[in-house]
Design a protein around this ligand. Structure first.
Ligand code: SF4
Length: 151
């Protein structure tokens, strides 16, 4: 377990207090990675990583994008209510991606979503990638203050 805890800290910038204050999350994280190392066909640990597609809309049409293959679907955004409802089903996650096949900053609730995710989970890594076109100094500051781990 000590090895798993060390690896958690190597991958993030979290304090020991954050993790020790949530022993069930820590124990599940250790169990999940132990079972992965053992190459088990059946994992009994709860999921530790979650990918949310908070929107499938994008303002670009990059030639290399997988969107050309998957051919979405009507553009839509995930509401804070649904985000919170789904998040409640995954109380052991330590990593949360806000990416799918869209540009996350097109979800105007993104700051609220990050705050919802971080509420009561200071150890949670929240991240996404973006084409950056909607980033302004104000939004950048809000993202930092919301608790976003990396972009
Ligand atoms: S999702 Fe990313 S890669 Fe795809 S079109 Fe939008 S900006 Fe380009």
């Amino acid at each position: 377990m000590a090895g798993r805890v060390n690896s958690y800290f190597r991958r993030g910038d979290y304090t020991l207090l954050h993790l020790l204050a949530h022993p069930r999350v820590l124990a599940n994280y250790a169990l999940y990675h132990r079972q992965l190392r053992q190459k088990r066909t059946r994992i009994t640990a709860h999921p530790t990583d979650l990918d949310f597609e908070i929107t499938n809309a994008c303002n670009q049409d990059c030639v290399q994008c997988y969107r050309h293959v998957v051919k979405p679907y009507n553009p839509s955004v995930l509401s804070p209510e649904n985000f919170e409802r789904i998040l409640r089903k995954f109380p052991h996650i330590t990593n949360l991606s806000l990416n799918g096949f869209g540009e996350p900053l097109l979800n105007r609730d993104i700051i609220r979503l990050i705050r919802l995710a971080k509420r009561g989970r200071p150890y949670l890594r929240v991240f996404f990638h973006t084409n950056g076109e909607f980033l302004t100094p104000e939004l950048s500051r809000e993202l930092v203050e919301s608790g976003l781990t990396r972009i």
